[in-house]
Design a protein around this ligand. Structure first.
Ligand code: CTP
Length: 401
C-alpha cells in the first residue's frame, strides 16, 4: 500500500481523474486529493470527499485540518498531478505556493509525476516547452500527453492519456522493489558515424524510448546505466548512470564494459549497421570529380546485440529492439525472425515509418521470445509503453529465479 496525493488542476480532463482515484484505491493505495481552486469548476470538492472519504481543501489557509494535511504531505510516497495544466506546470517550475497543491509540491519530499492536458498550441508554446524541460531536469516525471480529440474541437497533441493508461503507469511506479537490487543496462538514441569532422551518417532515433525505459527501470528500484547516443540533454533521466557513446564503436565498448554484472540488458539504441570505411581528417570538399558524384565506401559495424547475446558470462536477460516497416503481418514476421537470428532472449518489435515510431509520438510494441511467441502487446505514449514493458521484463526476471 502506498500513500498517493492526487493533485487536480483546472482543465476539462479533470472529469477523468475520479476514475484514476477510484482505481488506485481499489488497488489498495491510500489517496488524498488536492484540487486547485480552478479545478473545482470542473469537479467539486464533494466528489473528492465522497470518493476518498477524506476532507479536501484547495487553499493554503483552509484550516482547521492543516495538521492533517502536513502529515499527508510528509508521508506521501508519490504526488500525481492529473491533469496538469500549463498554469500549474509554470507554477511548479517557478516554485509558486499560492494554492494548496503548489505549496504541497514545493514542500513534499515525494517524487512528482504530472500528466499534462492542454490545447496543442499551449503544449507546443516555447514557454511550456521550457517549463517541462526544466521540471524534467529537476526530476519531475512529466508524461507526454497523447494525440487525439481536444475539448476545443481540434485534434492534436495535448490530450491526457486514458485513465486506464494512467493507472497502469502509476501502478508500475508504485511497485518499487520489483527490480530492486537489480542492475539494468539500457542503450538509447541513434549513433552517428563520422564522414569527416563536420558530417556524419545518422538516423532519426530520438532516444525517447530508451530514456523512458531507463526511467521505468529506475522507478522499479533498479540501479540503471543508460548508454546514450546523441540524445537531447533534456530527455535524459535523472537518478541513473549516464554514459555517452555517440558512435557504434563507442557504444560497443560501453556496452561490453557496463553489461558486466547486469541482470537485464536492453538494446533500444538505433545502432548504425555500416560506417564510412575512411573518416576524412578535413572537411570533404565539393571539387573535381566529386562535384558530380561522391562515393563513400561503408564497412559493417559490430552487431552489439548479437555479440552480447553470443558471449554470455552470466544469466542476464538480453532484450533487443527491432524497428520494422511494412504492414502489420510482415513487420511481425520480420521481428520474429530477428529474435532468432540475433540470439537475444526477447525482442521488442516496434513499427516505424515516415510518421510512426520516431520522436514524440504514440507507439506500439510487440514483445516476442526466441521461438517467436508473442508475449505482450503494448501501445500508447512511449512512457506508458516503457513502463508496461519494463514491468513485464521485471516479472520475467523474477520468474527466472
Ligand atoms: N543493433 C546492435 N548493433 C548494430 C545494429 C543493431 O546492437 N550494429 C541492435 C539494435 O540496438 C536493436 C537490434 O539490434 O536492439 C535490431 O536493430 P535493427 O536496426 O532493427 O536491426 P538490424 O540488425 O539493423 O537489421 P536490419 O537493419 O536488417 O533490419
Amino acid at each position: 500500500m502506498a500513500r498517493v496525493i492526487v493533485g487536480v488542476c483546472g482543465g476539462i480532463a479533470a472529469y477523468k481523474t475520479p476514475l484514476v482515484v477510484r482505481a488506485l484505491m481499489r488497488h489498495g493505495h491510500e489517496v488524498s486529493v488536492i484540487p486547485t481552486p480552478a479545478s473545482t469548476s470542473f469537479v467539486g470538492v464533494a466528489t473528492w470527499e465522497a470518493l476518498t472519504g477524506r476532507r479536501v481543501a484547495t487553499g493554503v489557509f483552509d484550516h482547521p485540518w492543516q495538521v492533517e494535511h502536513v502529515e499527508v504531505t510528509r508521508t506521501a510516497d508519490l504526488i500525481a498531478v492529473i491533469p496538469a495544466t500549463a498554469n500549474t506546470l509554470a507554477g511548479m517550475r517557478a516554485g509558486l505556493a499560492d494554492n494548496l497543491l503548489l505549496s504541497t509540491i514545493l514542500s513534499a519530499d515525494a517524487p512528482v509525476i504530472a500528466f499534462p492536458a492542454m490545447h496543442t498550441n499551449m503544449w507546443t508554446n516555447p514557454a511550456t516547452r521550457d517549463n517541462v524541460e526544466a521540471l524534467r531536469a529537476r526530476g519531475v516525471d512529466v508524461v507526454d500527453p497523447v494525440d487525439g480529440d481536444l475539448s476545443s474541437g481540434d485534434r492534436g497533441i495535448g490530450r491526457m492519456p486514458d485513465p486506464d493508461d494512467i493507472v497502469d503507469h502509476l501502478l508500475a511506479r508504485l511497485s518499487p522493489g520489483l527490480l530492486s537490487g537489480r542492475r539494468v543496462v539500457i542503450s538509447a538514441g541513434g549513433t552517428r558515424e563520422p564522414l569527416d569532422p563536420v558530417r556524419f551518417l545518422g538516423n532519426r532515433s530520438s532516444g525517447r524510448m530508451g530514456c523512458a525505459l531507463a526511467r521505468a527501470a529506475r522507478d522499479l528500484g533498479a540501479s540503471v546505466v543508460l548508454v546514450h547516443a546523441n540524445v537531447e540533454a533534456g530527455l535524459l533521466p535523472r537518478g541513473v548512470e549516464l554514459v555517452s557513446a555517440p558512435c557504434a564503436e563507442r557504444m560497443a565498448q560501453a556496452m561490453r564494459r557496463h553489461r558486466q554484472g547486469a541482470d537485464l540488458v536492453v538494446m533500444a539504441a538505433a545502432v548504425a549497421d555500416y560506417r564510412p570505411r575512411h573518416r576524412a581528417q578535413t572537411k570533404i570538399k565539393k571539387e573535381g570529380a566529386q562535384a558530380r558524384c561522391l562515393v563513400v565506401e561503408l564497412e559493417p559495424t559490430t552487431d552489439i546485440l548479437a555479440e552480447l547475446s553470443t558471449i554470455r558470462e552470466a544469466d542476464e536477460l538480453i532484450v533487443g529492439f527491432a524497428a520494422e516497416t511494412g504492414d502489420h503481418r510482415s513487420f511481425l514476421d520480420l521481428g520474429k525472425e530477428k529474435a532468432r537470428r540475433k540470439g537475444a532472449d526477447l525482442v521488442a518489435i516496434n513499427k516505424v515509418g515516415n510518421s510512426e515510431g520516431f520522436g514524440d509520438v504514440d507507439t506500439q510494441v510487440f514483445l516476442v521470445d526466441q521461438q517467436g511467441t508473442l508475449l505482450g502487446d503494448f501501445s500508447g505514449t512511449k512512457d506508458v509503453v516503457a513502463s508496461a514493458l519494463m514491468t513485464t521484463l521485471a516479472d520475467r526476471l523474477s520468474a527466472r529465479v
